[in-house]
Design a protein around this ligand. Structure first.
Ligand code: ATP
Length: 364
């Protein structure tokens, strides 16, 4: 069931189209991430869903009801923002109980619910501690417990982890995701961190300049980005300007021709137009799809000779930058796959035709 639907939602600030004609459905019980670079409209879109901002045009429906003009305090959504806004003069338990108190929930029921929530966020032993004496991650958990205390049907999170250090942030990503799945609460989270979105989301909404660039499951977007912008924003990728020569062949920068699987009539990834011979397009290949071979192996059109110019060694995996005369490629490999890989080494970078995606070039 679709819980939340946005139809042609637009928000202008003077001449700025912060959110521009957005249509979106958020299914029940899922975690959806709004992802995009700074200024693309993520927060404005979330604030309109929260009722903290009104659309210039368009409509928002929740559980079948038009809520476009409903004030925030009547939407009953849970919210956690970057600045957590916990009450510093209150204890952990008092913070979590606050929304229940506002709703005049009976005292015993409040106590029971707070105990349940503190158990859920694994801080039952800290009920009486002032929130000022908690670590960043603990404060984060209290903010989430407070947001879900009154069992909201929708949880809105705006960069809730951005103030945490990398390690704690990763731990909290898993924690929030597990909690969300356990409670089955429909959740929308704003982030500009693509790894965070890939880790946590059922669906990612990639935004570009106020518009939706692509919506889909994390891996589908990673594997089949619809545009150069999305390909570039999600994951590491080698994006090369190429020319389509027809019959599944493209010319790389410098003129070398390689085979790609898409046939001449196949549409570009964005489905706007079929690939035609002579088209200037982009070839996307992910680092893990490039096979690094010894220079002594049999040459082939899709095995490009090059020289290793940089190696990032992170123990179990290696990232090699290969200069192919005219362009560079980044390949992900392991010490086992490519033993003895060293700087200055001549290699063959193999681009399997099926892993070469053709995408429309970014328009100005
Ligand atoms: P960030 O990741 O930096 O928070 P964002 O993707 O959340 O960015 P928004 O905060 O939604 O982006 O802003 C979208 C655009 O709208 C930006 O150009 C911003 O300057 C503009 N904007 C947002 N709020 C206002 C406002 N109250 N008045 C004027 N312009 C605004």
């Amino acid at each position: 069931m679709t819980h939340l639907t946005l139809q042609a939602v637009t928000r202008r600030f003077g001449a700025v189209h912060a959110v521009d004609d957005v249509d979106l459905s958020v299914p029940d019980g899922k975690l959806v991430c709004f992802l995009g670079p700074s200024g693309c409209g993520k927060t404005t879109l979330l604030r309109m869903i929260a009722g903290l901002e009104t659309p210039s045009s368009g409509s928002i429906h929740f559980a079948g009801r038009d809520i476009t003009w409903l004030p925030a305090n009547r939407r009953d959504f849970g919210m956690v923002f970057q600045s957590l806004a916990l009450f510093p003069h209150m204890t952990v338990a008092q913070n979590v109980a606050y929304p229940l108190k506002l709703r005049k929930v009976a005292r015993e029921k409040q106590t029971r619910r707070v105990a349940e929530l503190l158990e859920l966020i694994r801080l039952p032993h800290m009920a009486n501690r002032p929130v000022t004496q908690l670590s960043g991650g603990q404060r984060q958990r209290v903010a989430i417990a407070r947001a879900i205390a009154s069992e909201p049907q929708l949880l809105l999170l705006d960069e809730p982890l951005s103030a945490l250090d990398a390690k704690l942030r990763e731990a909290m990503q898993v924690e929030i995701r597990l909690l969300q799945q356990r409670l089955g609460i429909t959740t929308i989270m704003v982030t500009h961190d693509q790894r965070e979105a890939m880790t946590m989301a059922d669906e990612i909404v990639v935004m570009e300049k106020g518009r939706i660039a692509q919506v889909g499951k994390p891996l589908d977007i990673y594997r089949d980005p619809v545009s150069e912008f999305v390909a570039d924003f999600i994951g590491l990728g080698n994006i090369l300007p190429v020319q389509y020569d027809g019959a599944g062949v493209v010319s790389l920068p410098g003129g070398r021709r390689i085979a790609v699987t898409p046939s001449p009539s196949a549409p570009l990834a964005d489905a706007r137009q079929p690939v035609a011979s002579g088209d200037a397009i982009r070839l996307l290949i992910r680092p893990e799809d490039i096979c690094v071979k010894a220079a002594t192996e049999t040459p082939d059109a899709n095995r490009l000779p090059g020289t290793v110019i940089f190696i990032r060694d992170v123990g179990a995996s290696l990232e090699a930058t290969i200069d192919c005369a005219g362009f560079t490629l980044t390949a992900a490999t392991t010490p086992r796959e490519t033993p003895g890989l060293a700087l200055g080494m001549p290699v063959l970078a193999e681009l399997p035709p099926h892993a070469c995606k053709l995408i429309a070039a970014r328009t100005a």
